[in-house]
Design a protein around this ligand. Structure first.
Ligand SMILES: [Zn+2]
Length: 154
């Protein structure tokens, strides 16, 4: 098992990504699953300036999965966020989204960036974005239309 990952959003704010959640995302870039993009939302909690990711959703029936496109259409993702919110007593919620790219070192497309900007304009807190590739994970955070890459500190 890989270690948990910590990403820095500037000097004093961190994102915790548990190895378990990373492994779930990575399972969608290998074998048959890797033939089409996959994705879901990241569920976790805001702790001051920090974000602790606790879980992620995976592709559901009504999502659109193509070779170079994932469109999160299924309402089950939002439902999972609501369930987490209710069962955690209002601490766990949507903190971001992830999808896969069929490439070793993924980079956000212009469509990714415009979709993400829209999401940050709807949320009034930081949002985490991740793209899992075959060899590397791209991660970033955004707020009010601005997306910045983030890097692991350990
Ligand atoms: Zn993409």
């Amino acid at each position: 098992m890989q270690p948990d990952m910590i990403y820095a959003m500037g000097p004093k704010a961190y994102v915790l990504l548990p190895a378990r959640v990373l492994a779930i995302m990575q399972s969608f870039v290998v074998g048959d699953e890797g033939q089409r993009e996959a994705g879901g939302i990241l569920i976790g909690s805001h702790r001051g300036d920090h974000i602790e990711i606790k879980d992620c959703t995976v592709p559901l029936r009504s999502d659109v999965r193509k070779r170079f496109l994932f469109d999160r259409k299924d309402r089950g993702h939002q439902k999972a966020a609501m369930t987490a919110w209710n069962s955690s007593g209002g601490t766990e919620t949507f903190v971001g989204e992830w999808h896969s790219h069929p490439e070793d070192y993924p980079r956000p497309s212009s469509l990714d960036r415009s979709t993400w900007r829209d999401i940050t304009m709807r949320e009034n807190r930081k949002v985490i974005f991740m793209i899992v590739g075959r060899k590397e994970l791209w991660a970033g955070w955004g707020k009010t239309g601005v997306i910045e890459p983030i890097y692991p500190v350990i």
